[in-house]
Design a protein around this ligand. Structure first.
Ligand code: G3I
Length: 354
């Protein structure tokens, strides 16, 4: 039998084996998604928090049994890593890294330059360009350097555009260093870890529009200048019923630049009271997002933002909305997990012969 046919048979048998593993009754291990994701060569990730990683067996089992990658939801952000200038706290990041490496999970680093969750000494400091450059070099060098070769990708620049869209956000970095802070930060991160894939991570770009157009123009310029930008993160914080149909075509604009893309913070918030019908429809939305990634060569994975509804940021930040993740408050799998499994259960697309 031709190699391709053999490979095809092997693939189908691997998928069948994974599917033979029933979805877990009460959360926990073995939904089969890690095997299914590996068959497609993509990561299926989840954002994790330090405290439950340290103290909640069920939380850890959901992560290791259903995902192939983790993102530190908060602990690698500036306010936790360098709470005072020159004082670094590695306890949280090391907890995430140690957990991931013990479980054979990839790690997405999140995040280096952002306008939120900065420590007071930085946010209220009055730094001139040279000193702020030095501050940035110290922080990125220490954080990215500490985990050199162990972090697959870094969200180097997070949310560089305004919420409305086409203007660069007037954050600390832009105000002092100007627009080229983005290129500077990418170069500094690249020097600290030449192997890590370096991303700009944004929300509100998933269905196209002014923000996506502005980010495309920025990315095209950086690529043309040979700046080490490797990927675009599509955060994908969606409202139930408003998941963009054309996610894949928006992704393709960026992969056509030679960049990779990833869904980096997927959740689909549902208005309360949540009905079974809405949870079933949410399953289709999760399936659509994963299928969109699989449809786009260059989409490297999908990360869900939170290990269960009880650990989701949504209820605090969007009162009246909940049920945004594939597992409920008791870590029981929801129909959304079945949607992910259904998307990953299709025959993998053979690598393009060209
Ligand atoms: O660490 C303190 C703790 O000491 C204190 O006791 C507690 C009191 O409530 O607050 C803790 O800080 C909270 C932190 O999460 C850690 O739990 C902050 O109040 C809270 O604002 C912060 O929210 C995070 C949010 O970013 C901040 O903007 C969310 O957990 C996190 O999911 C969210 O993630 C962001 C991504 O990084 C970027 N994309 C958007 C996404 C949602 O905003």
């Amino acid at each position: 039998m031709a190699l391709a046919v053999l490979a095809g048979c092997a693939t189908v048998s691997v998928v069948a084996a994974a599917l033979a593993v029933a979805l877990p009754e009460d959360g926990g291990p073995e939904s089969g998604t890690p095997v299914l994701a590996a068959v497609h060569g993509v990561d299926l990730g989840v954002a994790v928090a330090v405290e439950p990683l340290r103290g909640d067996d069920e939380y850890r089992d959901v992560v290791t049994g259903n995902y192939t990658s983790v993102t530190a939801e908060n602990t690698m952000k500036w306010e936790y890593v360098q709470p005072e200038r020159g004082r670094f706290d590695w306890s949280g990041p090391d907890t995430v890294m140690d957990f991931a490496e013990r479980g054979g999970l990839d790690v997405r680093g999140h995040t280096l330059l952002w306008h939120n969750q900065l420590p007071a000494w930085l946010e209220q400091g009055s730094f001139g360009p040279q000193e702020l450059r030095q501050v940035m070099r110290e922080h990125v060098g220490e954080l990215v350097g500490r985990y050199e070769g162990r972090v697959t990708a870094w969200d180097v620049i997070n949310e560089p555009f305004t919420d409305e869209g086409a203007e660069l956000r007037e954050n600390l970095w832009y105000g002092v260093l100007g627009e080229d802070y983005i290129a500077e930060a990418l170069w500094v991160a690249h020097e600290a870890d030449p192997e890590a894939r370096l991303y700009i991570n944004e929300f509100g770009i998933e269905g196209g529009g002014a923000k996506a157009d502005a980010l495309y123009a920025l990315a095209e310029d950086l690529v043309d200048r040979g700046v080490p930008l490797h990927g675009i993160g599509f955060q994908s914080h969606f409202v139930h019923g408003q998941v963009p149909e054309d996610l894949a075509s928006t992704m393709r604009r960026f992969t056509d630049l030679g960049l990779e893309v990833a869904v980096t913070e997927l959740d689909v918030r549902v208005p309360e009271p949540v009905t079974d019908a809405e949870l079933q429809a949410q399953a289709g939305e999760y399936r659509h997002v994963v299928e969109s990634c699989l449809d786009v060569p260059g989409c490297v994975g999908v990360t869900v933002w939170g290990v269960g509804d009880g650990h989701s940021w949504i209820p605090e930040w969007f009162p009246g909305y909940t049920a945004a993740t594939p597992f409920d408050e008791e870590y029981r799998p929801k129909p959304a997990l079945e949607g992910i499994v259904e998307a990953l259960s299709r025959r993998p697309t053979p690598p393009s012969s060209g």
